[in-house]
Design a protein around this ligand. Structure first.
Ligand code: UDP
Length: 319
């Protein structure tokens, strides 16, 4: 089978490309290398089943040709990382809204099955329970830029479901929770690579806010496995799934664990959100997925717990 991965030179996309190649698929990647990197896929370029197109998903003629050629599309290209979203609000909205519109419209032209990578951000400010796919969304004010990302991804989901319901386009939507692992860079603000790099360099491990906010981290290989399995089963079409781990940890605990596991002398320091992200930022206090739907559909059983995840990231940065 031929597959297209948009954003395939990114952190998650490159792991997905690896996985699909290992399954014998022919993989086409389109990536404009905004946050994606050639080095993420350099080890794949000698594989005759791997093809890289450096271009934007907004280039419709290129996308038309690629989507015509392939059997399935994994749409991962997006503006990602809180820092990018805070610093580049126009590009964020443009790529996330218009880019997905292009992908879905062309996928529908040739009736090609699409996976849409969505995000846990779209749940917004819940804190009382593990997040379920049919929960309401609790968005902050438009004055807080962070929510533009959540809203852009929400629109992607609405559009994908609209194509499914109205045009019978096979789509599967996955809401990715905090995904971490080798090749993720700290450059765009993600917490674990930043903590590990600082710890290994003996620099302060910098926690934003009071550090009591929690997250649930999933290893990229567990996430990629779930994505591929969802695309294999027809029952997942037209459905939305949380993809992540439900083991929750506060950012303070995460900092402590990283410090211990690297045996680092680094101090753990706290700074305000304003200092970290500039004005107009609002954090989510808690974010943990209910993954019972994913378990019911594909028997999802993540292999990596938080200690194994941190260890893997440490090994990566040590190399
Ligand atoms: N965070 C932190 N220090 C950092 C980077 C992030 O304390 O160097 C915090 C951030 O404020 C958030 C959590 O860690 O509460 C997860 O941040 P990340 O950007 O990785 O993901 P997201 O906010 O999208 O969950």
């Amino acid at each position: 089978m031929k597959v297209l991965i948009t954003g395939g030179a990114g952190f998650i996309g490159s792991h997905l490309a690896e996985k699909l190649l290992s399954m014998g698929e022919e993989v086409y990647v389109v990536d404009n290398l905004w946050t994606g990197k050639l080095s993420n896929v350099a080890h794949l370029t000698s594989d005759p089943n791997f093809h890289l197109v450096v271009d934007t998903i907004l280039n419709e003629s290129v996308m038309n040709e690629l989507i015509f050629k392939v059997d399935q599309i994994y749409h991962l290209a997006a503006a990602v990382g809180v820092k990018i979203i805070m610093d580049h609000p126009v590009e964020t909205l443009d790529v996330n809204v218009r880019g997905t519109e292009v992908v879905l419209r062309l996928a529908n032209r040739f009736k090609k099955k699409v996976f849409i990578a969505s995000t846990s951000e779209i749940y917004g400010k819940h804190k009382d329970h593990k997040l379920r796919e049919d929960d309401n969304r609790v968005m902050g004010t438009v004055k807080k830029r962070r929510w533009a990302y959540a809203c852009s991804k929400t629109l992607d989901e609405f559009l994908a479901l609209a194509y499914h319901d109205e045009k019978k386009l096979p789509v599967v939507i996955g809401r990715l929770f905090n995904t971490v692992g080798p090749r993720q860079t700290g450059q765009y603000g993600m917490v674990l690579p930043n903590f590990v790099q600082s710890a290994l360099l003996g620099k302060p491990i910098v926690v934003y806010g009071d550090g009591n906010q929690t997250r649930s981290f999933a290893h990229v290989s567990d996430v990629v496995e779930a994505i591929v399995k969802l695309m294999e089963i027809p029952e997942a079409e037209g459905e939305v799934f949380n993809i992540g781990n439900d083991q929750e940890i506060s950012i303070n605990e995460l900092a402590q664990k990283v410090k211990e596991m690297t045996r680092s002398p680094s101090p753990i320091e706290h700074i305000s959100y304003e200092l970290a992200y500039g004005p107009g930022f609002e954090d989510m206090e808690r974010r943990c997925p209910d993954i019972s739907k994913l378990k019911a559909f594909i028997g999802y059983d993540p292999k990596y717990n938080i200690d194994m995840i941190i260890q893997d990231v440490i090994e990566y940065f040590k190399k």
